[in-house]
Design a protein around this ligand. Sequence first.
Ligand SMILES: [Zn+2]
Ligand SMILES: [Zn+2]
Length: 203
Amino acid sequence: MRVFVFLCLCACATTPAHGTWSDRTLAASNDGVLCDHRVPERACVKHHPGLEGEFKRVGDWCGEHGVPESQCLLCHPDLTFQPLPVLPASADVRWLAGTGDAIGPLETHAVPGKVTVVDFYADWCAPCRKVDAFMFELVSRRSDLALRKANVGSWETPLAREHLRDVPTLPSVVVFSAKGKLVKRVNGLDLPALQAAIDEAWR
Ligand SMILES: [Zn+2]
Ligand SMILES: [Zn+2]
């Protein structure tokens, strides 16, 4: 008898340890060219079968669907490789430390006089890309808004241990008022709640 166990990797946002998600696919998305498989053409294994071994070697492979985990739209229907809006030089956006590095107390990153949004994200988190699209657009036209991005890496990093102990899922976004007061933390993708928190911080 064959016992069939389906290990759901699509909950990668909460259990990334179950799947190895390389940044190989996302790194190929910079030129914005998507193939008819809706993935970055340069990294598509259906177009470039020679890449298969490379993905399998780093464990970035969905055996169920025969594509890299980081390209599997069946396991990750939210996945999007659409290029992010280009940030103007005036946009106040900074990445805090390196991937997974501790960043110290959050309030020290609140920018005086601006509403500050600290965005905890990971490259394997598809919904996080939607926060990027939303925030990049907003921070491009508001000079009284600052965006600070923190790449979590995995749930095992110093950064995750420091700030995500009680956070069940990514993205996790923290909003500070212009006076540096914590207004709200929004866990999981909830753009209306994020917009409401920013509006409240501006009031
Ligand atoms: Zn393709
Ligand atoms: Zn799959």
